[in-house]
Design a protein around this ligand. Structure first.
Ligand code: SF4
Ligand code: SF4
Length: 280
């Protein structure tokens, strides 16, 4: 089973919810926590015993500028927008390359070669029986949807897979390619978060997967989100309260479930809701 956690923006506590749900369930059945937030992987908050590191590479064009006569045929003929002309120079966005080879066939000066380019790395490790997989973008890469797609091969077909998606909608799109059995939209109730919630709901409907909304770090006057869900006929999975100690870093490794039985029960209840909705 695959449960993807998404949110429209940063700061909703999505990763904390993903990690705690995984930690609460890991002793019942095999659980894999997959961190797809490639630009800001933070499952590293847990002291994970990393065992594997695999570089994710593609072939991408490289220009020998000593041979290049600036005909800009490559710019005109690459339909993936890998080459950007900037005045009299060319900027290459290698992560967009689809390896079709057309650019080199149009390069009269034979100045283009396709060479290995590292998009990032996939790390795999273990934390007390919980399998953790993390995709991390390389510093030099701009954006790496292919890196997120590559993480699919780490999904355990016989266990529960909890995917911590990147916070913005475009990355959420690529995570939805993973085709989750359930999408958990984690939201806060700030003005910005409310705006993004509507977009996340829109996207979840488009990919046609069961989904529900969890309000995280709820304050006393957080009824807006529940009302919105009722009006829009969206399953509302309840709320997790704002925790002063968590916010001030007093809870070790963000392990809320370890903090009190109340927190453990909250995550168990959340899992029951997810199971219910996913099986409808
Ligand atoms: S097609 Fe070849 S020669 Fe023309 S601009 Fe591109 S790299 Fe340079
Ligand atoms: S190989 Fe194809 S996709 Fe890649 S840069 Fe060349 S033309 Fe563009």
């Amino acid at each position: 089973m695959i449960v993807a956690l998404v949110s429209g923006c940063c700061g909703t506590g999505r990763t904390t919810v993903a990690a705690n749900l995984a930690l609460v369930l890991k002793d019942r059945f095999p659980v894999t926590l997959l961190d797809c937030d490639v630009e800001q992987s933070n499952t590293v908050l847990l002291p994970i015993n990393w065992q594997e590191k695999v570089a994710v590479k593609i072939n991408a064009p490289k220009i020998s500028f000593t041979n290049c006569s600036k005909c800009f045929n490559c710019v005109k003929n690459c339909r993936f927008g890998v080459f950007i002309q900037f005045k009299n120079s060319i900027v290459i966005l290698p992560e967009r390359c689809a390896n079709c080879g057309i650019c080199s066939s149009f390069c009269v000066d034979h100045a283009i070669s396709l060479e290995p380019y590292t998009l990032g790395y996939i790390h795999k490790g273990d934390y007390h029986g919980l399998t953790v997989v993390e995709a991390r973008i390389d510093n030099s890469a701009v954006k790496a949807t292919s890196l997120i797609k590559r993480i699919r091969s780490y999904i355990d077909p016989y266990g529960l897979n909890i995917i911590d998606c990147a916070p913005d909608i475009s990355d959420y799109d690529s995570c939805s390619i993973i085709c989750p059995d359930f999408i958990l939209i984690v939201t806060g109730d700030s003005r910005q978060e409310r705006k993004w919630l509507a977009k996340a709901v829109d996207h979840s409907r488009k990919v046609n997967r069961p989904f529900g909304v969890l309000l995280n770090m709820a304050s006393n006057n957080s009824s807006f989100i529940e009302e919105y869900c009722q009006e829009e006929d969206i399953p509302y999975l309840g709320s997790l309260p704002y925790d002063e100690e968590l916010a001030s870093g007093l809870i070790d490794n963000y392990q809320l479930f370890n903090h009190s039985t109340t927190w453990q029960e909250r995550f168990e209840q959340l899992w029951e809701y997810i199971l219910d909705l996913a099986s409808q």
